[in-house]
Ligand binder design. Sequence first.
Ligand SMILES: Cc1cc2nc3c(=O)[nH]c(=O)nc-3n(C[C@H](O)[C@H](O)[C@H](O)COP(=O)(O)OP(=O)(O)OC[C@H]3O[C@@H](n4cnc5c(N)ncnc54)[C@H](O)[C@@H]3O)c2cc1C
Length: 440
Amino acid sequence: MFEKKFKSLDKSYTAKIFLKKPDKYREIEKISSNLDNIITMGSCYSYTPASFKENKVSINLKKFNRIIEFDKENKLITVEAGIKLSELLNFTLKHGLWLPQTPGYPSITIGGALATNSHGKSCGYHGTIRNQIKKILIFHKNHGWVKLSEDENKKIFDLTIGGLGLTGTIVNVQLKLKKFSGNNFITKVEKTTSSKDTIKKINFSDNKEIYYYSWNRTDGFDNFGKGFVFQNEINLGKNIIETKKISLYKQNIYKTFGLNFWNSFTIKLGQSFYYNFFKYLKKKKFEDNFQNVIFPFVGKEFYFKLFGNKGFLESQIIVPSKKIDVFIDEIENIYKKYSPDITLYSIKNFKGKCSDLRFEDDGMCFTFDFIKNTKNIDFMEKLDKICEKYELIPSIIKDSRLGLNTIKKCYKDYYNFKDRLNDFDNKRIYRSALSDRLNI
Ligand SMILES: Cc1cc2nc3c(=O)[nH]c(=O)nc-3n(C[C@H](O)[C@H](O)[C@H](O)COP(=O)(O)OP(=O)(O)OC[C@H]3O[C@@H](n4cnc5c(N)ncnc54)[C@H](O)[C@@H]3O)c2cc1C
């Protein structure tokens, strides 16, 4: 066991923790048996402090990264929870199979993705990772080894998917894979003149497997919402494995350039450059490689580094279809009033049903990144009020400052989740800085 200082990716929380890296199943049992407070850690790539807590032990499952069973015919794979998305996909893609609900960075682990019910570029078509989870094996200090599925311990199965690691250590996971027949992706780019125009261009009812998302400007009210809608469609050209391989190139996403580089001037400069590049220089339809589409942050880690040691804040909100117009009106109103410094604004469609603390619903998902300062925090507080008023779904895992009151008002199952978790584990052994903030 060793002591280490950890920061959440958004740099909102720092803690000295004790880290354990077991490599045998009985070591997980042994470590857990001596502790009253533990949490499991994947790659610690969460924006919020979800996998650690001051002066407590985090069990890092890095060494549990094996493929245990593969049934190609039935598209089933059982893996250890510490396996990284890149390791999983580099194996399955060779067999023409994949996990479409892949969050945007290859070093994220399956355990971390499952515990946060993550989604990928395809969330408007495939929904969240919950849809692919068939079986889970957890170790819980008081309950021992527990098998979870729709047919076995269903209540704990439901609590564990998107359960932020609070039901115990996820050790093995069985996933149902999807077919990936094709080469890489074809990307189409379409100009959009406002947020509402973006929504029109992200087609809800289209049943074709196309992944839609946007990039929108935020540099001044006149430009707010202008940008591009991107469409990714699997390129059914010849099937070349090499074009789908994910590089294992490693960047320290945590290391910053020290000072914050973002301000209203650099945002304008950066956005004007990006906008004009796509408007005048980039083709409107082009072949895009697998890694670029599925892991858009690879090679662009400097984006996080540019915020400096103070970090950034992100707000991600799912807005049900019927409330989108009024939400955009409200956002434009508060934008006019506060002129926040937003470095990233993006919209994508989403498919799902929100229950427990899981971030999913039918509608549109709005993402905003902010420089961390008082003006922007004031703006985000107004956003919270909008979420409460219209009962929207703000992401818990992305926003370190999201208050408990907002969470209680927006997540109808908050108390139900808490009660069921307490029934399963009345000593509440598995805790993190995030679960403390949620008062769970
Ligand atoms: C660049 C980048 C892009 C991202 N893009 C997306 C995206 O597109 N969609 C999306 O949904 N998310 C996205 N995320 C967020 C990311 O998917 C989640 O934060 C994910 O949980 C990180 O996984 P991790 O392995 O780093 O886990 P950690 O951050 O270490 O842990 C996250 C949570 O999972 C729990 N956990 C981890 N492993 C286990 C285990 N074995 N057993 C029990 N609990 C466990 C932890 O206790 C904690 O609550 C992105 C993050 C980054 C940095």
